[in-house]
Design a binder for this molecule. Structure first.
Ligand code: FAD
Length: 392
């Protein structure tokens, strides 16, 4: 039995967020069994389980807005609250939540409502699985170097895709992919466009599944004369980079939130362990070096949490672009979360690397977060570039 999830006691939140926390607590109570033992089945069945669970609990609507009335929008603070909680309790559920959001975001932000609204609605209700395909086998950090080609289709008025995308989350289980490809002849970011591609489109194939350190459905997908019908362009031709950055601008800071959740879980598990584990005739918690290590885990996590919430608040309330703040939140969240989990493993000793313990699981689950959605070094480049630009 864990303590109820609570709203952070900072000025970044308002009463509406209490309802999010209440919904999270209701979800935790209703999923007690799955949270303790894991959902039934293999990886894909588990992802499907969490998708239905999050849809039923109306939590998915925080990641995927409704396009049917008014201008669709998400509340980033709610996304961060949900992701921290899911990161704490069930990182695979966090993955499912975030991918529905990332895959649908380009559609509701810049897609043709007539084409995209049914997809977005289906994502919110857990009826369609979304994916976002940006990274290529030749390199993921340098988006401007994208090689996948989308050539105007003389026959149908759409595009013909040729190329490959790698490390694509939900690859092989997604119902559709938002694909960033080169439509223009000019090199660099300006020649890219985004396309909505149904998974069943002839010419789209799952080349191979990719297994990584933690459970995560990933695949390399290939396009060979893959004909995408007219009307599937998201945004204008040449706006693919903008579309991708629009998606990342929302979700980047929330990676920090999920990582903070995982780090907090490692901290809580360790606090409990330190007061019961006896060493040299005393509980480990009596050792000053252990107390220092606990402080070194907790303090950067709190700092990261504040950065995450501030970035979200600036976007939600001030309506600001938050490239720098989101980069800081992602950088600090994933680094502090990883450092906390690593310290937990060390304090747990052999148990910390024994299969099946919570800290061992977290150690594997948090590692990719320092790489995807812009590696740590990429976040530093963004922050440094922006700050230096401001000083020029
Ligand atoms: C679990 C997981 C899920 C993913 N899901 C998706 C997805 O759904 N869609 C998608 O499109 N992609 C996805 N990716 C791909 C991910 O975004 C890329 O792995 C990431 O962008 C890094 O690209 P790369 O792996 O090709 O590494 P590279 O681009 O080859 O970079 C290798 C390393 O070089 C360093 N580096 C990079 N740039 C700089 C720099 N400017 N300065 C200094 N050092 C630098 C970093 O340490 C980096 O880790 C996923 C990856 C993982 C691991």
């Amino acid at each position: 039995m864990t303590a109820p999830w609570t709203l952070p006691d900072t000025p970044f939140f308002d009463d509406a967020h209490r309802a999010v926390v209440d919904a999270l607590n209701a979800w935790i109570a209703s999923e007690a069994q799955a949270l303790q033992h894991g959902p039934p089945g293999g990886l894909e069945a588990q992802c499907a389980y969490w998708l239905q669970s999050l849809a039923r609990a109306a939590l998915l609507r925080h990641a995927v807005p409704d396009m049917r009335q008014g201008t669709p929008a998400v509340d980033l603070r709610s996304i961060c609250l949900v992701r921290e909680c899911l990161g704490y309790h069930a990182p695979l559920a966090d993955f499912v939540f975030s991918m529905q959001g990332i895959g649908a975001a380009a559609l509701w932000q810049r897609g043709d409502p007539a084409v995209c609204q049914p997809y977005v609605q289906a994502c919110q209700e857990g009826r369609k699985v979304a994916a976002f395909a940006l990274t290529e086998p030749e390199g993921g950090s340098d988006v401007a170097a994208t090689r996948t080609q989308a050539t105007p289709d003389a026959q149908g008025g759409g595009y013909v895709l040729q190329g490959a995308k790698s490390y694509i989350s939900n690859g092989g289980i997604a119902d559709f992919y938002v694909v960033v490809a080169r439509t223009g002849l000019q090199p660099g970011a300006g020649g890219l466009s985004a396309l909505l591609v149904d998974a069943a489109t002839p010419g789209l194939a799952i080349h191979r599944r990719i297994d990584i350190v933690a459970p995560h459905p990933l695949a390399e997908i290939r396009f060979d004369q893959c004909r995408v019908p007219a009307g599937r362009l998201i945004g204008a031709p040449g706006e693919g980079f903008k579309v991708a950055m629009g998606v990342l601008d929302i979700f980047r800071s929330s990676v920090g939130a999920a990582a903070v959740g995982m780090g907090r879980r490692a901290l809580d598990e360790t606090l409990a362990r330190m007061s019961t584990r006896q060493l040299y005739g005393q509980p480990m918690s009596a050792m000053d070096t252990v107390r220092h290590k606990i402080a070194d885990m907790a303090t950067p996590l709190e700092a990261a949490r504040l950065l995450v919430h501030r970035a979200a608040w600036l976007r939600d309330v001030r309506g600001q672009r938050i490239s720098t703040e989101a980069a800081m939140a992602k950088l600090q969240g994933s680094e502090a979360g990883f450092a906390a989990v690593d310290a937990a493993v060390q304090l747990w000793g052999g148990m910390g690397i024994t299969s099946g313990t919570v800290v061992e699981r977290l150690y594997r689950e948090i590692r990719p977060m320092r790489i995807y959605e812009g590696a740590t070094e990429v976040q530093k480049s963004i922050i440094g570039r922006q700050l230096l630009r401001g000083a020029a």
